[in-house]
Design a binder for this molecule. Structure first.
Ligand code: SF4
Length: 356
């Protein structure tokens, strides 16, 4: 099977998470709460953590938000990133509060003296900075969006490098998927910093998932990207679920058993959707309980015994349903035939045996 060769980068540490070529691609999301609402923020960050999020970013609008980050930080296990725009003093305050990383937008914090102050504070605190450029906030926007993004980021990088600061992560997001892909491909050869991938302002969830999968997926396929955030107008936990699925589908990370199902057609004589959802529910619970030691395993749930057995044989475990029975497969061989009602239970028992 094809294996993706990742771009070589420096290693950057965000709290207890390391990113860069030799490390797993980290999943990020952003809390949708106001940081100053500490209880709501802690609750949401814990939910994100339980869903598998590895780094959480929070918007910092004022000094109250910046100070709150320190209090939140002490109550959650996941590293926190302060998202800063317009006022570099908020970055200094967030660093003081103990965040694990800050994100600056070169489009609205651009005075070299201010950027240098943030670099000094981050260096002293030994935390990284993400240079997060967006085409919508570029100060100088030429006809070529990707080239403008890259030019802006490279100039910004120089300010940090002149201060001897290299603990940097880069992102450059265009308002169009193709501009975003092009910008990342250009910066990937122009520097060796880890890249944070994301496609911004994507639309409603279905469009967001498609655009993120196309943009982030294309880059990951080419070995580009060290941490990803899928931006959705949805519960942030769903961003994490999509990010996991994306990484899993490219074989870049595994989060326990992978469930594949047929779409059903006129040959199907069972309610396959309900059966698959029941199995998925069990898998989710199972994967969470076994956090950190989940194994890669493919499970196929198929809706008929015409084409189903062929697909089920290719998985580690599989079941092909007919009107009255389920045929169970393990590593390509039939191991059991059970009555229709016992199908899911028998599959899960087989899986439990596999996971021991
Ligand atoms: S496995 Fe059977 S039911 Fe499912 S799509 Fe294929 S032919 Fe249709």
């Amino acid at each position: 099977m094809l294996k993706i060769k990742r771009r070589k980068t420096r290693t950057v540490r965000i709290g207890n998470v390391r990113i860069g070529s030799g490390h797993p691609i980290a999943i990020q999301s952003m809390a949708k709460t106001r940081a100053r609402d500490i209880e709501a923020s802690v609750r949401q960050i814990r939910e994100l953590e339980a869903a598998g999020c590895e780094v959480v970013r929070l918007a910092v609008e004022n000094l109250q938000d910046a100070a709150a980050l320190g209090k939140i930080r002490r109550r959650v296990g996941v590293p926190l990133v302060a998202d800063i725009h317009f006022d570099y003093r908020l970055a200094l305050a967030a660093i003081d509060a103990g965040v694990d990383k800050v994100r600056l937008n070169p489009g609205n914090i651009f005075k070299p003296g201010e950027v240098r102050e943030v670099a000094s504070a981050a260096k002293k605190a030994r935390i990284p900075v993400r240079i997060g450029a967006n085409s919508g906030s570029l100060r100088q926007h030429g006809r070529d969006t990707a080239a403008s993004l890259v030019k802006s980021v490279l100039a910004y990088l120089k300010i940090f490098e002149k201060k001897g600061f290299y603990d940097l992560v880069v992102s450059l997001k265009g308002s169009h998927v193709l501009d975003t892909i092009e910008a990342y491909k250009k910066i990937a050869v122009a520097c060796d910093y880890p890249l944070h991938l994301g496609v911004t302002a994507t639309g409603l969830p279905m469009d967001g998932i498609v655009k993120s999968s196309v943009g982030i997926g294309e880059l990951l396929f080419h070995g580009i990207g060290d941490t990803i955030r899928v931006s959705l107008l949805d519960r942030p936990q769903n961003e994490v679920a999509v990010a996991r699925s994306l990484l899993n589908s490219l074989g870049l990370r595994h989060f326990g058993p992978e469930l594949v199902c047929c779409p059903t057609c006129g040959r199907c004589e069972v309610d396959l959707s309900s059966k698959a959802k029941r199995i998925e529910g069990w898998l989710l619970k199972h994967a969470l309980h076994r956090k950190g030691r989940s194994r890669s395993c493919k499970i196929a749930v198929m809706g008929c015994i015409v084409n189903g057995p062929g697909e089920a044989r290719e998985a580690d475990l599989g079941i092909a349903f007919s009107k009255h029975k389920g045929i169970l497969f393990k590593k390509g061989r039939i191991v059991q035939t059970v009555g229709l009602k016992k199908g899911e239970t028998a599959l899960l028992e087989l899986l439990e045996g596999e996971m021991e």
